[in-house]
Write a protein that binds this ligand. Structure first.
Ligand code: BGC
Length: 761
């Protein structure tokens, strides 16, 4: 414990009877020195307390807990030994805990209140992977803004989002939470989301601090099994995993969260390479790092720390500033400082970071600024939020296939059979990170389609693919035996002009802890699809999914396929409007859809092998499978429209450029269809020879453009050094001279290409 001189002791005793008002008046004018002034008033225990985050631990507005775990935590809160709480929601509850921190503790330092506001708070927007499919950065930013405003009105001032983990493995359930497989798109989206949550003024009452998570590598868990080890080379780490985190930092993200996984044998939580060397030193991050839930303690089962004491030491020294719920900091850090294993300067640095974010949020000016009951009432569920999440949901839908002109559906004179448990499901569209979204509060596809009354619509479940109510626990069983609904489904299909089948995953089948080894339609849904097809092949398949699914049979047989993800509160309205053509689908896949599980990881920006093809030979010695093509079913960037687009006239302003120069790439795009449509024009490059081999294609830019039927436009892009540079294996950004290709088109398989050079002079 630090030895306080008598003068300082006196200050402490004086402040001891006061609350944050006293702190406010004792502060120096400049921001940093304000934080330092508080730091000087704090005991070591109080500093350690700021680094301790607890889950909401008792019925906060109920009686004070007298015994057990809740009582211990409550007592610590009153002693100023808790710096943050998570999962305390609603103004009444937040006010209750804040009141204790501010009015009962010696220094009255306010809590920062965290929550997983991942895609909405009560008004739920599409899952992040779906939003990524929109490639619409404005809409994505808006969706985060809505979430922030609604959460902030309910007392929350910090979200554990965005998750910016790149992943190439659809088995990993958390792909639903990210932006897919590509570091460029992922970076643009990371930036948009952080800006959306934090706004331009963090002190405003409708913005909250964001978290870039999970630092780092979590999306590369071996075999797609959640929490599993990650072993990646430096090329992948620097060029694929880290860029979205850096983009979040460029957007001024205030906090980072580390991750559960080992990265090359070292737990991310205990990695000073990640947290100190890269994040805080190289990138100059000034905010704080929160651990993932219990991840400090998990370093023990990992085999990295022998006990809780050592785990706390390793995590603190490695730069984990706040302990989410392992409780090891509050238990051991004071002793670790006293024994010299952790320097007090490490603690000071962490606390300075935490206090700074609290300041930036304005909590020292008014700890109750997020606690306004009236605002909570008027803001929650506001109509403009509904409009924004509907807009986001429509933009997230991806049209994979549209043969026989089945889509859009005519608005009158048709008999439509709507089949599938998910078509009537008001819960699954909320997804598995639904924050406080009310159970069963989404608009179902059935309800959405009923808003178009011109056709006759018959709804049949066909099969209940789940038995029991889906939720966080494992009880939800998938029905593999009861086919009793098949006949009714077939009868409805037989009498219909068009059959719309909504099949896929229930809302808790993807998400944290939901890794899967089979990615077909769960339960008896595939069988139902095949049976219905026998009686009426005019089927539009609407997938409801939290990740890429394996739909090889459907792709071969079913004429219309839409990816409908878990689209949130307005899901059914969005899907109905797309089905009926009131919104022309414009989404593009942010993640490849594999043909089969054996191909995974399958992604567009792979590196070429030394044996990429077998021109003219029937020998097997080239890099391929004997039983499957190498290519995915649908590649990254793919998605159709009810319009069609023709790309032509790819031109470069010159065939080379040198340092500080650029090339303008132009392309003519024509809407050759009969309706207005929006296209996402994508530009990829390939660095043909490099000192570290580069991917066969890399997305480097994109633009969205809406064209009327028959309309054409010339679009242009710039290629600069930024487009062609990369990180070498030491993590150094380099730009190499040489030969490149540029490709422009509507997916990662864009076929128009040109060569260019980066010249020495
Ligand atoms: C997840 C984090 C989340 C935290 C708090 C953990 O299990 O990995 O992403 O923010 O829980 O809910």
């Amino acid at each position: 414990m630090k030895n306080f001189g008598p003068a300082i002791l006196l200050v402490i005793l004086f402040i001891g009877s006061a609350h944050s008002q006293s702190i406010k008046s004792s502060l120096n004018p400049t921001f940093d020195s304000k934080v330092d002034s508080i730091l000087r008033l704090m005991t070591l225990d109080e500093k350690v307390g700021q680094m301790n985050q607890y889950n909401g631990f008792w019925e906060v507005t109920g009686p004070v807990p007298q015994e057990g775990d809740a009582a211990v935590k409550y007592a610590q809160l009153r002693k100023g030994l808790v710096g943050s709480m998570l999962n305390v929601t609603g103004v009444e509850n937040v006010r209750a805990v804040q009141k204790i921190a501010v009015e009962d503790t010696r220094l009255g330092i306010p809590l920062i209140i965290g929550y997983d506001v991942v895609h909405g708070y009560k008004t739920i927007s599409p899952i992040p992977l779906a939003e990524a499919a929109s490639w619409d950065l404005e809409a994505i930013r808006k969706s985060a803004e809505v979430a922030a405003e609604e959460a902030a009105a309910a007392g929350i001032n910090w979200t554990f989002a965005p998750m910016v983990d790149i992943s190439r493995d659809a088995r990993w359930g958390r792909v639903m939470e990210g932006a897919g497989e590509d570091p460029f798109l992922g970076s643009r989206i990371a930036y948009a989301r952080v800006k959306g949550f934090q706004g331009d003024d963090l002190k405003a009452v409708n913005t909250i601090a964001a978290t870039a998570k999970h630092f780092a590598g979590y999306g590369f868990s071996e075999s797609g099994r959640d929490y599993n080890s990650v072993d990646v080379g430096t090329s992948t780490l620097y060029n694929d995993i880290l860029p979205p985190f850096e983009a979040a930092l460029e957007a001024d993200v205030k906090t980072f969260m580390n991750s559960f996984n080992l990265l090359n044998g070292i737990p991310a939580t205990g990695s000073s390479f990640l947290q100190r060397e890269i994040l805080k030193e190289k990138w100059g991050f000034k905010g704080f790092m929160v651990s993932d839930w219990g991840s400090i303690g998990e370093m023990i089962p990992h085999g990295f720390a022998k006990d809780g004491m050592q785990a706390a030491e390793l995590a603190a020294n490695a730069g984990s500033d706040m302990d989410m719920e392992s409780r090891l900091y509050v238990e051991h850090l004071t002793a670790l400082v006293q024994s010299g294993k952790v320097k007090e300067s490490v603690i000071d640095d962490a606390v300075r970071r935490i206090l700074t974010v609290k300041y930036e949020l304005g909590l020292f000016d008014d700890p109750y600024k997020y606690c306004d009951e009236d605002r909570e009432k008027t803001v929650t569920g506001r109509q403009d939020f509904q409009d924004a999440v509907l807009d986001m949901a429509k933009k997230s839908v991806v049209l994979l296939k549209n043969e026989k002109q089945l889509l859009p559906l005519r608005k009158s004179g048709m008999k439509i059979a709507l089949i599938g448990q998910l078509a009537g499901d008001k819960d699954s569209p909320l997804g598995s990170w639904r924050a406080l979204g009310e159970p069963n509060s989404a608009v179902s596809v059935l309800e959405g389609m009923n808003a178009f009354p011109g056709n006759s619509l018959e709804y049949v479940e066909g099969v209940k693919f789940t038995e029991g109510t889906p939720g966080f626990a494992f009880e939800t069983k998938i029905n593999t035996t009861d086919r009793s609904g098949f006949e009714a489904a077939k009868n409805a299909a037989r009498n219909a002009d068009v059959v719309v089948m909504v099949l896929g995953e229930h809302g808790f089948q993807s998400g944290e802890g939901r890794s899967r080894t089979e990615l077909g339609l769960p339960g008896l849904q595939q069988e139902l699809l095949e049976e219905v097809y026998k009686v009426n092949p005019n089927i539009v398949l609407v997938l409801m999914n939290g990740r890429p699914l394996i739909i090889d049979w459907a792709v071969e047989k079913i004429p219309g396929i839409l990816v409908g993800w878990h689209l949130g509160t307005q899901s059914g309205n969005a899907l109905a409007q797309v089905l009926y053509g009131d919104y022309n689908p414009s989404g593009k896949l942010p993640m490849s859809f594999p043909k089969n599980v054996g191909q995974i990881p399958v992604y567009y920006n792979y590196k070429a092998t030394g044996r990429p093809t077998n021109p003219g030979s029937d020998l097997v010695f080239w890099s391929h499978y004997m039983d499957s093509p190498n290519e995915p079913m649908y590649p990254f960037g793919y998605g159709l429209s009810y319009a069609s687009f023709d790309y032509s006239n790819l031109k470069l302003s010159s065939d080379g450029f040198a340092k500080d120069g650029s090339i303008t790439v132009s392309i003519d795009l024509k809407n050759t269809g009969s309706v207005t449509g929006k296209e996402t024009v994508q530009l990829y490059i390939r660095d043909l020879f490099a000192s570290v081999v580069r991917p066969v294609r890399e997305l480097k830019d994109f633009q969205q453009v809406e064209l009327k039927a028959g309309e054409s436009k010339t679009l242009s892009f710039q290629i600069t050094e930024k487009s062609i540079g990369f990180y070498n294996n030491d993590g150094k950004w380099i730009v190499e001279h040489g030969d490149f290709k540029v490709f422009v088109g509507g997916s990662s398989q864009a076929s128009l290409e040109k060569d260019f050079k980066f010249l020495e002079k």
